[in-house]
Design a protein around this ligand. Structure first.
Ligand SMILES: CC(C)(COP(=O)(O)OP(=O)(O)OC[C@H]1O[C@@H](n2cnc3c(N)ncnc32)[C@H](O)[C@@H]1OP(=O)(O)O)[C@@H](O)C(=O)NCCC(=O)NCCS
Length: 432
């Protein structure tokens, strides 16, 4: 990457840095990821998220390590049947893996995000477990599931700037340890903690279509079509992700543990690198607030420079902020427009979508959403007609039921302000 690319990338990541700050991410790191050479880079990238203010809860697994320690143990539906005699090996393997992760966050080597940063990783008895019981006639013995989580204490630890690390172990009220399926525990913890994201590392980089293209976003309901073709471990992880998203976790991400930088690419670029799982939902357009002015300026300045929009000073934007609507995607402001009331004719202006998100590139027609919200807003202001002046975007409006008009069709006050030199086209739409 040359200096220019680097600056571009860094600038492009700024909205994500503010969007992720203060958010809670539960991250699943399986035993396969822990055994891979890229785990050091993953730990550094997680440390970077921590430094940027993300509240991190890490849940580690240990399946390949347990397979090696307990060669005769039996799985049922991809869950291990944990015999009472296995428990010492289970706690021993998890203890080693937990220490490995703690060690990775303790190396203050120069040229890493960990240099001169003290990162405190805290584990504890946060998970109360109960037996999974008899499923399909098979007693799962000391294989358990989450019964309750001490979320208040986890919250306190996160607030105090710690990373919380959880092994897939829980204790019953009588102190009996239970072995938990780590991916299920990660999903359960994300649900109970009302996490903003749950992130799963897997060998597979992302889902892809039949023709081999990356699926950057899928919904839980469309996942079934992919499950059969997946390796069993990946399918388990996707099912856990889908369950957490259905239960209210905003997003789940699958990222390859083999790709250096995959996590950062997924979280800090518009294109991403893995596959994200989200419930289908409306992407909100809301009234703008003074705090949004900086983001609006970022979106409209390049368009003012290219002549697509008339220049507005920051002062003017602040004065007119009540007339603005903004479109959000994952908490990032990606578009704006203004509606100026004028008796029965309202003016639509400054319709703009951030360059990274135009033409539905994020899977959402942000311009169309803004227009629908603007029309609705104009109606509530009592307008019967919406007009817009544009030099470069008339086709877009014509394709959305606007009709060509003349300067004489504008409200009288607007006619006298019309800039003949700019020569904007007048477009009108009757609001039903
Ligand atoms: C116009 C604009 C707001 C549309 O936002 P968007 O989120 O990209 O639009 P949508 O996703 O709703 O629609 C995309 C469609 O509009 C088309 N489109 C986008 N800009 C267009 C333009 N200037 N002229 C004609 N069509 C255009 C795209 O080709 C795409 O068509 P397709 O679905 O056939 O591929 C956005 O392109 C923008 O910010 N443009 C610069 C600012 C501007 O000119 N604003 C209007 C002056 S007030």
């Amino acid at each position: 990457m040359n200096t220019n690319d680097y600056s571009q990338w860094f600038r492009g990541s700024t909205p994500y840095i503010s969007a992720h700050r203060g958010k809670t991410f539960v991250v699943f790191i399986g035993g396969d990821a822990l055994a891979h050479s890229n785990i050091t880079n993953i730990a550094h990238d997680l440390a970077l998220l921590h430094v940027l203010g993300v509240r991190l809860v890490l849940v580690h697994g240990g399946r390949p390590q347990l397979d090696a320690a307990l060669p005769s143990s039996v799985l049922h539906n991809h869950r291990r049947i944990t015999q009472p005699g296995d428990m010492d090996s289970v706690t021993g393997v998890y203890g080693l893996l937990r220490s490995q992760l703690e060690g990775l966050f303790s190396t203050g080597l120069p040229n890493t995000p960990l240099h001169n940063v003290d990162i405190s990783v805290v584990s504890g008895n946060f998970v109360t477990a109960k037996p999974l019981g008899v499923l399909d006639g098979v007693d799962h013995l000391l294989t358990g599931q989450l019964r309750s989580l001490d979320s208040a204490r986890i919250d306190q630890l996160l607030q105090a700037g710690n990373i919380v690390l959880q092994s897939p172990l829980g204790f019953s009220n009588s102190g009996q340890p239970f072995n938990l399926a780590a991916e299920e525990l990660a999903a359960d913890m994300a649900i109970v903690l009302k996490a903003d994201k749950v992130i799963f590392f897997d060998q597979q980089q992302h889902l892809h279509t039949a023709s081999g293209e990356r699926e950057s976003t899928v919904t839980p309901s469309s996942l079934d079509a992919y499950l059969d073709a997946m390796p069993a471990a990946t399918a388990q992880r996707f099912k856990a992700m889908a369950r957490s998203v259905r239960a209210g976790v905003t997003k789940a991400h699958q990222i390859s543990y083999e790709t250096d930088g995959g996590l950062l690419q997924e979280l800090f670029t518009a294109d991403g690198a893995g596959t994200q799982l989200v419930e289908e939902k409306a992407h909100p357009v809301r009234a703008a607030m003074l705090d949004d002015v900086g983001d609006i300026v970022e979106i409209i300045r390049p368009l003012e420079e290219s002549g697509a929009l008339v220049r507005r000073s920051r002062d003017r934007l602040e004065q007119e902020i009540d007339q603005f609507l903004v479109a959000e995607l994952d908490g990032v402001i990606v578009g704006c427009c203004a509606v100026y009331p004028n008796d029965e004719q309202a003016e639509l202006a400054c319709v703009a979508v951030s360059g990274l998100y135009r033409r539905g590139s994020a899977g959402v027609a942000i311009g169309a959403n803004l227009l629908a919200a603007a029309e609705q807003h104009a109606r509530t202001l009592g307008a019967k007609e919406l007009f817009v002046l544009t030099t470069q975007t008339q086709e877009w409006f014509l394709e959305r039921s606007f009709k060509s008009g003349d300067v004489e069709d504008l409200p009288t006050a607007k006619q006298s302000l019309y800039n003949w030199q700019r020569g904007s086209k007048v477009l009108r739409k009757i609001l039903s």
